[in-house]
Design a protein around this ligand. Structure first.
Ligand SMILES: C[S@@+](CC[C@H](N)C(=O)[O-])C[C@H]1O[C@@H](n2cnc3c(N)ncnc32)[C@H](O)[C@@H]1O
Length: 204
């Protein structure tokens, strides 16, 4: 048996949140066949989720610098329904109607507070090309009515902005408005552990 690659990139947050996220995605994506994950990061979510949803294929993607780590997780887990990462920079390669029309699901975790707001807007606008009935699942922290949902999220937001001025926790209402303009109907807003949300939309 091949030895496991123990030095690959690792996210403790993924280890903590993957099961609660899966418990929702298994229903949200129950009749979906092909999921595009944007900003796969280490690839841990992909190799956790996909083998538990063998009815679908899970396409990973991220900036090119993360491809190696994602491939290392796919190699170790031998996840047959996880596809090798696409180089997908939302700031450069999006909107991308030819790409998104191949998928009936889109998943992205912890990306909206990392990408600049203009890129988040473009990301949401590009979902207009999804097929009717497609599902979109976006995980991460959000503000509601301009308020943080916790003191720790407020501290996190200040920390994000100190790292890069364009980063920051987004307003749920602004995200929801953009999603609505793209023809996405909000089905659920799940409150998740550690003051995160999992937003589920369906394309009209
Ligand atoms: C905080 S990490 C989250 C990674 C993973 N989804 C998770 O939950 O652990 C943010 C991810 O967004 C990706 N990202 C940042 N800007 C991006 C862009 N313009 N297009 C696509 N992905 C981007 C980063 O490379 C990184 O993998």
């Amino acid at each position: 048996m091949a030895e496991l690659d123990n030095d690959k990139p690792f996210s403790q947050a993924c280890e903590n949140n993957q099961e609660p996220i899966f418990n929702i995605l298994k229903d949200a994506f129950a009749d979906k066949t092909s999921i595009l994950e944007v900003g796969s990061g280490t690839g841990q979510h992909a190799v956790y989720m996909a083998p538990r949803m063998t009815h679908l294929q899970w396409q990973t993607s991220d900036l090119s610098e993360n491809a190696n780590g994602i491939n290392r997780w796919i190699n170790d887990e031998q996840a047959v329904n996880v596809l090798r990462p696409l180089e997908l920079d939302i700031a450069k390669h999006w909107p991308n109607p030819d790409l998104v029309s191949n998928f009936d699901g889109l998943y992205s975790a912890n990306t909206c507070h990392i990408m600049p707001w203009e890129t988040v807007q473009s990301f949401l606008a590009g979902m207009e090309s999804m097929q009717e009935g497609s599902r979109v699942a976006i995980y991460g922290p959000f503000k509601y009515g301009g308020e943080y949902t916790s003191e720790s999220n407020e501290r996190f937001d200040h920390w994000l902005k100190a790292q890069e001025a364009h980063r920051g926790i987004r307003d749920f209402e602004a995200v929801a408005e953009m999603a609505n303009k793209s023809g996405l109907e909000l089905l659920d807003d799940h409150k998740m552990p550690a003051n995160n949300q999992l937003l589920i939309w369906q394309k009209r």
